[in-house]
Design a protein around this ligand. Structure first.
Ligand SMILES: Nc1ncnc2c1ncn2[C@@H]1O[C@H](COP(=O)(O)OP(=O)(O)OP(=O)(O)O)[C@@H](O)[C@H]1O
Ligand SMILES: [Mg+2]
Length: 445
């Protein structure tokens, strides 16, 4: 009798335990419940996993497919998971490029009722590359510099909103191609902290850590013969500090000039626009006798070109890609002699007659190799190249055919250089993310 009661209690207990699994999310998705949370992440079956390039990390991180989306799951302690989730959400509100947090899963238990670690769920950042996947053989000096430039921009943006990162490194950053440059995204916010503003000391400390980490990462690459001999590890680490300081000064520095040189206000704004920033607020002060003017940007927002392109076309792309597309739109406007027309109408026609047909002319399976805006950018480069060879302007349809046959098909396959640890997924099985067009283009109405 007593033992019967004992069993009943056990059964009830087991039911309660299954119900203990908790998903905390601002955008709850019940499909998440279908994932095998009762297994340690390292043991998840390959049929739910998506083998995509992943950087080095202390924690177990896996990508899974769910309802046509790809999610990134990281196993960490509950308190750290909630902290990182909260920080990523705040950074998203501040429009910082970073991974998008989806939720935290807690109360996990295995089949024996033993507790398992909590999990942080983020959206997989489509078309992103861990830095080791950016280069196909060895990291060359020019590529290293472009990675550092992108990281410097991200760090400045984070510092402008008061975020102290605490562990800036190439591994904690994801890169996306952005025309001839890269755009950097924050992936690991675990060590970060959001303040109202950062002191110079805090910024310098963060920067110094970044330099040390980067030099270490480059030395690791050198030890594994993945670094071009020409790359100077310490030089690249120093370059980050130089780039950061230059940009910080351009964005926040005080400029003084004589009061009859007021054109310098407009020139400063233009310079910032050129760097891809909009000036939200600029303080202008004069000294007592009015002979000297001082200006200092108070609020600057990144994304100058991408905002303009978005307003005109509804295309949501990165800043350097947007700059490239806007240039093409400008030349379309000039070539069709429509300078006097409403820019939005011209932009609409450019989308219908140039942008969309070009992207659609790329075979679907190859289109997945790059974001549409990046494809378009490369096709423009290719047009310049073959037009120069031909001695006349080659039209877009012909350029696109030539680009597909001679360039895109032969592009080194980024997915084949994952630097996987022994026993991990076979690089040949690497799957592609969902259709880029569906993921990245929002047409405004
Ligand atoms: N949402 C995401 N999209 C794409 N890749 C991701 C995403 N989340 C994680 N990754 C990949 O997983 C790697 C490890 O993630 P993360 O840096 O958060 O782990 P970690 O264990 O906290 O790292 P660390 O060792 O620095 O503490 C990243 O470098 C990145 O390549
Ligand atoms: Mg990390």
């Amino acid at each position: 009798m007593a033992s019967d009661r004992g069993r009943a209690t056990e059964e009830v207990g087991a039911t309660v335990e299954t119900e203990q699994l908790q998903i905390t999310s601002a955008t709850p998705d019940s499909a998440l419940l279908d994932l095998p949370w009762r297994l340690p992440l390292a043991d998840w079956p390959t049929d739910v996993l998506a083998a995509l390039p992943r950087g080095i990390s202390r924690h177990v991180v896996r990508f899974v497919r769910l309802d046509g989306r790809v999610l990134a799951i990281k196993e960490i302690s509950e308190s750290v998971a909630f902290r990182e989730y909260g920080l990523l959400r705040q950074l998203r509100k501040l429009e910082i490029p970073g991974v998008v947090p989806l939720g935290v899963v807690t109360g996990r238990r295995d089949d024996d009722g033993e507790p398992l670690e909590a999990a942080l769920v983020t959206e997989h950042l489509a078309f992103s590359l861990p830095y080791r996947a950016v280069f196909s053989q060895a990291l060359r000096p020019a590529t290293a510099t472009r990675l550092i430039d992108a990281l410097a921009v991200l760090l400045v943006r984070l510092h402008l909103v008061g975020f102290y990162w605490g562990d800036v490194s190439l591994s904690n950053t994801l890169f996306r191609r952005d025309a001839h440059q890269f755009a950097a995204y924050l992936v690991d916010a675990e060590t970060g902290d959001l303040h109202r503003t950062l002191s110079q000391g805090q910024r310098e400390y963060d920067l110094d850590l970044a330099r040390t980490n980067i030099i270490g990462e480059l030395m690791d690459l050198a030890a594994g013969e993945l670094l071009d001999d020409e790359v100077d590890e310490v030089g690249i680490g120093d370059a980050l500090i130089a780039r950061y300081s230059e940009l910080w000064e351009a964005l926040t520095g005080v400029e003084s000039f004589a009061s009859d040189e007021r054109w310098r206000v407009a020139a400063r704004i233009e310079r910032l626009n050129d760097l891809g920033f909009d000036v939200g607020e600029l303080s202008i002060t004069t000294d007592i006798d009015g002979t000297t003017v001082r200006i200092q940007p108070q609020v600057v927002d990144a994304g100058h070109h991408s905002r303009r392109l978005f307003r005109l076309t509804g295309l949501d792309v990165q800043d350097n890609q947007a700059r490239r597309l806007l240039n093409d739109l400008d030349s379309y406007q000039a070539a069709t002699e429509r300078q006097e027309e409403d820019p939005q109408l011209v932009a609409h026609d450019w989308l219908q007659n140039v942008f969309h047909p070009t992207v659609r002319a790329v075979p679907r399976d190859l289109r997945r190799k790059l974001e549409p805006a990046q494809l378009f950018h490369e096709i423009l480069d290719h047009r310049w190249f073959i037009s120069e060879q031909a001695g006349h302007d080659v039209p877009m349809p012909e350029t696109t055919r030539s680009y597909v046959e001679h360039v895109l098909r032969h592009r080194p396959d980024e997915k084949a250089i994952l630097g996987l640890a022994p026993g991990e997924e076979d690089p040949d099985d690497v799957a592609e993310p969902g259709d880029p067009e569906d993921d990245h283009f929002h047409l405004s109405t």
